[in-house]
Design a protein around this ligand. Structure first.
Ligand SMILES: O=P(O)(O)OC[C@H]1O[C@](O)(CO)[C@@H](O)[C@@H]1O
Length: 547
């Protein structure tokens, strides 16, 4: 029943796609001028204009039918209730439990996990209060002035992105830095200028077995102990993990460990103790506002009718472009420099979740699934890749994200507008030009010479969604992240894939370990399965010895 309903909805949408392929957003707006006001959504503090997407109201009805056929409501409720929807790892997917208010109990296997969550939040709050007030001292009695978060993937991208986004809310007395790459350049740069006596490391790893993180943590530990001695580790290292045994084996006292749970996926973990470095920067009160923002969007996702449900509408639009238009990428264009790391964060969220080619039952997926996400803050991207967005041959749906008020504004010299107003006018212009372009007639009418007209035509009809909020606050950031988390969920349900495992990254890890001897052994072990790897190793070995 479920499969046949999806197939029927899919067939209807294929027909709709054919019909819409010959239409232009100019026509769609002319036919339905109210769409600019009405194809919009309000979710928490976010105002979302999706009117400049390649859909009519009929298309939207068909997309909703697809969502109903995919049993979105039931699947969502199963996730929120702790069903083991991560079937290949037999795990619940409960990142939403990390942001429930204390009174909002959730019982899993007889345990009220909301209490567990708030116990850890309480410990994080006490610890970060001590750091921020200066009552947590280093081994030589100095105040801690720098926190270095060592983690990778979800144990880095979330806190690093959020820390940057909430820069203006951060304490000036505590500098927070991030190290992720096993490239020694990363750790070296992060430690540059730091005083061991005033530095605290947060080793963030869900599994506490990740090679990059443990390698960086071991080097950081040596850097510290060379200057302060072994006994300094207790005051200068804390861990964030689910793996107490490995934390202890590394030499961090579990008393200085902040736990979370296997039902929190790495890329969904910024609300857990993985957010410790963020809490250290912005304080527990602001961190609570951040979590409340997520919860607001969670509640919207759970309660808003499908047609007004922002993650549902946007998630279905993502499916529309990826699976029907074959759009392989989506651009994330924050018109906010403080969101510079948002595209990288969303890459992991979306691509590790939905970069899959088998369905839940192990059968191949028959349609294109997760798109490649990429992007840069506006207006920088305009001077780099927007040319292709406007006149290239590839369809790239774009999300433009902006804020009515900036944290700080500056008067623009020689213009009545402020810098922030200039920024916002660029966002508005891009959304308009992408959609409506400029015709040959309009260009000719400007007096352009005939042989240049074709080059200047702006085809338009390039879809975009505009997401606006009053200001980039902790709560708004939480809402925005949760909006994307739930879109990913919606897409995964429709495609019938498991959005919560990541088997595709495992083989590379084991192969890297297997290849280490090729670089470290005195003699080249020359035990390769392919001639390309053999030649690459040989080139590296000979080049290293010849320098
Ligand atoms: O937090 P951990 O266990 O160190 O894992 C880091 C990252 O590695 C991955 O497992 C895969 O690269 C991500 O999903 C995760 O966020």
């Amino acid at each position: 029943m479920y499969r046949s309903a999806i197939n029927a909805a899919w067939t209807d949408l294929s027909i709709e796609h054919k019909e819409l392929s010959s239409r232009h957003l100019r026509e769609l707006f002319a036919e339905d001028p109210a769409r600019g006001n009405e194809l919009t959504l309000t979710a928490g503090d976010l105002y979302i204009d999706y009117s400049k997407n390649l859909v009519t109201r009929d298309t939207l009805e068909l997309l909703m039918a697809l969502g109903r056929a995919a049993a979105l409501d039931e699947r969502r409720d199963e996730m929120f209730a702790g069903g083991h929807i991560n079937s290949t790892e037999d795990r619940a997917v409960l990142h939403t439990a990390l942001r429930r208010p204390p009174e909002d109990e959730l019982s899993i296997d007889g345990q009220n996990i909301t209490n567990d969550v708030h116990d850890v939040l309480g410990r994080m709050g006490d610890f970060t209060d001590r750091l921020r007030s200066g009552s947590w001292r280093g081994a030589s009695g100095e105040r801690i002035t720098a926190v270095v978060n060592i983690g990778i993937g979800g144990s880095d991208l979330g806190p690093a992105m959020v820390h940057r986004a909430l820069r203006t809310y951060s304490a000036e007395s505590l500098e927070v830095r991030f190290v992720s790459n096993v490239d020694p350049a990363d750790l070296t740069a992060a430690l540059h200028g730091l005083d061991p006596a005033r530095t605290l490391f947060v080793v963030a790893s869900k599994t506490f077995t990740t090679l990059e993180t443990l390698s960086n943590a071991a080097c950081a530990r040596r850097w510290l102990t060379e200057s302060l001695g072994e006994q300094a580790v207790a005051q200068h290292f804390v861990a964030v993990s689910t793996n107490t045994e490995e934390v202890a084996a590394f030499g961090i006292d579990p008393v200085n460990m902040f736990g979370f749970w296997e039902w929190v996926g790495g890329r969904y973990s910024v609300c857990s103790s993985i957010g410790l470095a963020v809490m250290a920067a912005i304080g527990k009160e602001r961190f609570a506002e951040f979590l409340a923002g997520f919860h607001l969007m969670d509640t919207h996702f759970q309660t808003a009718p499908m047609e007004q449900n922002a993650p549902v509408v946007l998630g279905l639009l993502n499916v529309w472009y990826a699976s029907f238009f074959g759009a392989q990428t989506r651009a994330i264009l924050p018109y906010a420099q403080d969101l510079a790391r948002l595209p990288a964060y969303l890459q992991q969220l979306a691509m590790e979740s939905n970069g899959k080619s088998v369905q839940l039952d192990g059968e191949p997926v028959l349609v294109p699934t997760g798109a490649i996400l990429w992007g840069e803050p506006g207006t920088n991207g305009q001077h780099a890749f927007h040319q292709l967005l406007h006149q290239g041959t590839t369809l790239v749906p774009a999300d433009l994200i902006g804020f009515a008020r900036p944290a700080v504004d500056l008067p623009a010299i020689g213009s009545p507008a402020t810098m922030h107003e200039i920024l916002l006018s660029n966002l508005l212009a891009q959304s308009q030009v992408l959609a409506f372009g400029r015709t040959a007639e309009e260009i000719e009418a400007e007096g352009t010479s005939r042989d240049v007209v074709a080059h200047k035509i702006m085809p338009g009809n390039r879809p975009s969604t505009t997401i606006l909020a009053p200001m980039l606050t902790p709560s708004v950031l939480g809402q925005l992240i949760a909006l994307y988390e739930h879109q990913v969920f919606v897409e995964g349900c429709v495609w019938g894939i498991n959005s919560f495992d990541q088997w595709g990254v495992e083989l590379g890890k084991t192969q890297a370990l297997a290849l280490q001897p090729a670089l470290t052994a005195a003699e080249d072990p020359a035990d390769y399965v392919d001639s390309s790897t053999e030649a690459l190793v040989s080139w590296i070995r000979s080049t290293r010895t010849s320098v």
